[in-house]
Design a protein around this ligand. Structure first.
Ligand code: ARG
Length: 332
């Protein structure tokens, strides 16, 4: 029943006597006075007062500060440790920028919040696994390869990777408006990339490396380290399992040649596999969730993402992915 008083001059802790009035058939004011007289004041407190039906207690600042400072000095960095995690694993998917694109304010936000949550988890006795789920796969990389081969320059990309690659990507879209063929070429290069064509893979991994070098500047400044940079591409060969699992659970439906999972409620269906057999962002996230469960045996799996990702996470079939409907831990 102890409360924290609203105002400093009312002490550090307050005990309201109002509910006792009925029981003792006495006014709260009198009960407070009586309590004040009977209380043996513990060492941590300086004095108590009875005011308007409250017993207000004032901490002894010097005793409290000496006790706490001593504890901090003795326990050093383990001060405040809590062992509620019992060394269980918590995975943190955070930061997760897209390669060949600028690191945005949103990624910065996810980086600092994600890392702070991981530190708190560690303080609470969990083992934190920090995962950077890089956006490094998708048709856009077919387009980027096409653009680089047509208009790119190695030196420029080396000097200013993100800026140059973004420029090429934008140029691709401008030109593709007049020339439909370009889109076909982009798709073709992505298909080659998915099939492991050496030239496509070489360019892609170079773009990825250069981007990571850029992102690392931010991580170094912030002192943030990751246990894994396995992003979307990493799950490319782990998709069959997702499709199998969804089929096993009779969740997969055909729709215009594509494979989808219908969602409950008012959400659009979740697209799992396109007509041409290529997979999507959602499929890769399902594969990642399954992979992480098997690899880390996590007790909890946390995602720190922007608000614009809520539809994506809400659409994912919960039966397979372990995803509860997203309750954004940290909303914008
Ligand atoms: N790459 C995405 C973006 O930049 C964020 C990825 C979040 N994590 C995930 N597992 N989907 O918007």
């Amino acid at each position: 029943m102890i409360e924290k008083p609203k105002y400093e001059n009312m002490g550090d802790l307050a005990f309201p006597c109002f509910t006792l009035a009925k029981i003792y058939r006495n006014s709260p004011q009198d009960i407070a006075l009586e309590l004040k007289q009977k209380i043996k004041i513990p060492e941590l407190f300086e004095h108590v007062e009875a005011v308007n039906g409250y017993v207000n207690a004032f901490l002894s600042k010097s005793t409290v500060s000496t006790t706490i400072v001593n504890e901090i000095i003795n326990k050093k960095e383990s001060y405040g440790d809590l062992n509620i995690g019992n060394n269980q694993v918590m995975t943190f998917d955070f930061s997760s920028p897209n390669i060949a694109k600028p690191f945005s304010m949103g990624h910065l936000r996810s980086t600092v919040i994600g890392n702070a949550l991981a530190l708190i988890a560690e303080k609470c006795g969990y083992k934190a696994v920090r995962i950077n789920h890089l956006g490094d796969w998708g048709t856009q990389f077919g387009k980027l390869i096409t653009a680089y081969k047509k208009w790119g320059d190695e030196r420029n990309v080396k000097d200013n990777p993100i800026k140059e690659l973004l420029k090429l990507y934008i140029l691709f879209h401008e030109k593709a408006e007049q020339n439909e063929l370009l889109n076909d070429q982009g798709r073709e290069w992505f298909k080659r990339l998915e099939d492991g064509d050496p030239e496509a893979l070489h360019l892609w991994s170079w773009f990825r490396e250069e981007s990571l070098k850029e992102f690392s500047k931010v991580y170094d400044l912030l002192g943030v380290k990751f246990d894994s940079f396995d992003g979307e591409a990493f799950y490319n060969d782990k998709m069959d399992k997702v499709v199998e699992l969804l089929e096993e659970k009779h969740l997969l439906k055909e729709s215009e040649g594509a494979k989808i999972v219908e969602t409950d409620g008012n959400l659009p269906p979740c697209l799992i596999q396109k007509k041409d057999g290529t997979t999507l962002y959602a499929t890769r996230d399902l594969a990642a969730a399954i992979y992480r469960r098997e690899k880390y045996h996590f007790a909890k799996s946390i995602y720190v993402v922007g608000h614009e990702q809520s539809l994506h996470f809400n659409e994912l079939p919960t039966e397979v992915s372990l995803f509860k409907r997203v309750k954004s831990v940290v909303q914008r």
